[in-house]
Design a binder for this molecule. Structure first.
Ligand code: 5RP
Length: 222
């Protein structure tokens, strides 16, 4: 039987959750396994409160009986567990493949620790192969996309069938194909200077640890 490497990494991360913690719940197919394991532990008596980073994660947590609070109602979180689309050796990440990057970043930045959970295909030398998701406001999106292209990428507005994809915040996502991002901090600064950009999927200096599930069944911790 083949190993579910996403589950392996996610369940290891849940071992860091302790009684009384306030926990951020990530989004995506790896975070799904962390939420599932947390649900099991809550049913066995673990006392936590959680904040979800997407409607999908909120629905899953609710179904499992994990007590949820609105992030606005608390000061900070102890730990967030979330996936990534790419991560490098310095724990710089590309996130947002699932479209939840804005809430994920707000929650991760409000957490004392962020543990990234991923399978080994996500670990790279240099970020950029995965198209960088950038959340942009619908107003004058054509103008914003043209500005993004000037940064050296091929931006493509994400679609959901015939419609443009909308985030949980009502914005669009431009998936920006760079191929290589030589300096993530420099690119982050350039992206932030474009006024139609709400936020981007570069997470720099936010993650404190990565747990990577490997195909041979082992785990690597960065
Ligand atoms: C969602 C994300 C996800 O964490 C990222 O896309 C990884 O997803 P998966 O675990 O399904 O590969 O950033 O916005």
């Amino acid at each position: 039987m083949s190993v579910n490497v996403k589950q392996l990494a996610a369940e290891k991360a849940v071992e860091y959750v302790q009684d009384g913690m306030k926990v951020g719940l990530g989004t995506g197919s790896t975070a799904y396994w962390a939420i599932r394991k947390l649900g099991e532990r809550v049913q066995q008596g673990l006392k936590i409160t959680a904040v979800a980073t997407s409607q999908a994660s909120e629905d899953q947590a609710r179904e499992l009986g994990i007590p949820l609070v609105a992030f606005g109602d608390i000061d900070s979180l102890d730990l967030t567990i979330d996936g990534a689309d790419e991560l490098d050796g310095e724990l710089q990440l590309i996130k947002g493949g699932g479209g939840a990057l804005l809430r994920e970043k707000i929650v991760a930045m409000g957490s004392t620790r962020m543990i990234v959970v991923a399978d080994e295909s996500k670990a790279v030398q240099t970020l950029g192969k995965f198209p960088l998701p950038v959340e942009i406001v619908p107003f004058a999106w054509e103008w914003t996309v043209a500005k993004l292209a000037k940064l050296g990428c091929k931006p493509e507005l994400r679609r959901n069938g015939d419609e443009l994809y909308k985030t949980d915040n009502g914005n669009y996502i431009a998936d920006c194909r760079f191929e290589v991002i030589p300096s993530a901090p420099e690119l982050a600064l350039s992206l932030q200077s474009i006024s139609g950009v709400v936020d981007h999927g570069l997470f720099i200096g936010i993650a404190s640890m990565a747990i990577i599930g490997k195909n041979d069944g082992s785990i690597e911790i960065i």
